[in-house]
Write a protein that binds this ligand. Structure first.
Ligand SMILES: Cc1ncc(COP(=O)(O)O)c(C=O)c1O
Length: 398
């Protein structure tokens, strides 16, 4: 029972199993649970130089409030950046700088959803999106995913049967948590469904610039009009700066900006101006993004190779084309994710259950594995610990 003094909205907010698990007991020696960039991905030197310039010059704009829409220079730079990704012109007036893209999801939920409305998500989906959308009182409907992302034909079946969602949220590139990428055909299909049935697509593209394999696919935002495109600099610069952005259709910009004024007045001026200075250096980006893609490709390959080597027939994974995650399915129906997590934890390895990423599906036999923070040698060691954990479970059930 929740405290009767709390609002219903507050009572609907759930703690993160991941955070609770990581904060209880001895800290794990190794973790495949979180989804953070590794320290070696952070551009300390470039940011230190920029911070010294911005603060050393006593330019008040770095420390003063800025407008809720965001620093005008950064909005123009983001508009130019997004125009190349979308391969169509995005005017700066459609860009809003957010305090991380997590805020973008929250603001979109606030301006579009009333209690009882329907919000479509991938199943499994990004847990932070569930955390932002559930408290709106909307009904969250998960659509199953496979290796090509959300099964849009299942969404179409719901729509044909009369379901009328207000929005559909998804990560089209290297989804958190499934690692899957929505195929080109499904992007076109989703864009077409959005126009036909009048719902807004919320396309979260946190990881799109971390593609290390395969071909760039046009975002849904380049195929349909009512799309809110979310991205940011957490995964390509540093999450501590808290600088994200969204590109909304014109009719949604003002409501989102008003909601942002209520939430936090504006994003950090210093963070925005630091990112803006970085965006002035195209050569720096080429090198930096290449280094990041190399880190993630090497780690993804090391994790998948170790699983192939030590866990073949026990754990099924699909090698990703980018991002930080793979979805892992336990093949033996007698071994549950809960048991495997407990046995791994006893060996010093933290894992996160698939159930964290769904409101409807229990995912008793699934896990999300993140390879972002461990070196290839540590990834091999982590998989070895999982193999020992499997051994202990299968021998104890004999
Ligand atoms: C899919 C997805 N969206 C949004 C976020 C939030 O990122 P930000 O730091 O930009 O708020 C994350 C962070 O892990 C994420 O994985």
């Amino acid at each position: 029972m929740s405290d009767p003094r709390l609002s219903q909205r507050s009572a609907s907010m759930r703690p993160s199993a991941l955070r609770e698990m990581l904060s209880s007991g001895d800290p794990p020696r190794l973790s495949l649970a979180g989804g953070l960039p590794p320290a070696e991905a952070f551009p300390f030197e470039a940011l230190a130089g920029i911070a010294a310039e911005l603060l050393g010059g006593h330019d008040v704009r770095s420390l003063q409030y800025t407008s809720a829409e965001g620093d005008p220079v950064l909005r123009a730079q983001v508009a130019a950046l997004v125009s190349t990704v979308h391969r169509r012109e995005v005017p700066p007036g459609r860009v809003v700088i957010t305090t991380g893209s997590q805020q973008g999801i929250d603001l979109v939920g606030r301006v579009l959803l009333d209690p009882g409305d329907i919000a479509i998500v991938e199943d499994p989906t990004y847990v932070g999106a569930l955390r932002a959308l559930v408290p709106t009182g909307a009904r969250i409907v998960g659509i199953a995913c496979d290796g090509e992302g959300m099964r849009t034909e299942q969404l179409e079946a719901h729509l044909a049967a009369g379901m009328r969602p207000k929005l559909a949220y998804l990560c089209a590139n290297f989804s958190n948590p499934s690692g899957a990428t929505l195929s080109a055909a499904r992007r076109v299909h989703l864009a077409e469904l959005s126009s036909r049935y009048g719902f807004v697509v919320v396309e979260d593209d946190q990881y799109g610039r971390l593609r290390f394999r395969g071909q760039h696919l046009d975002p849904i935002a380049s195929l349909a009009d009512d799309v809110v495109y979310l991205s940011g600099f957490s995964k390509v610069v540093a999450p501590g700066l808290r600088v994200g952005y969204l590109v909304a259709p014109q009719w949604l910009v003002r409501p989102i900006v008003l909601a942002k004024q209520a939430a936090d007045l504006a994003a950090s001026s210093l963070g925005q101006r630091m990112v803006s200075r970085l965006l002035d250096r195209p050569d720096w980006w080429d090198e930096h993004l290449a280094a990041l893609r190399d880190i993630y490709a090497t780690r993804a390959d090391a994790l998948c190779a170790a699983i192939d080597d030590r866990l073949v027939g026990r754990l099924r994974v699909r090698p990703p084309e980018g991002g930080m995650f793979v979805w892992a399915e336990i093949v033996d129906p007698a071994v549950t994710a809960t048991a495997l997590i407990a046995a791994s934890r006893a060996r010093g390895l933290a894992l996160v259950p698939g159930s964290e990423f769904s409101t409807t599906n229990t995912y008793d036999h699934a896990l999300r594995l993140s390879y972002s923070t461990l070196t290839p040698a540590q990834l091999a060691e982590a998989v070895g610990l999982m193999a020992d954990a499997f051994d202990s479970l299968t021998s104890s059930s004999r």
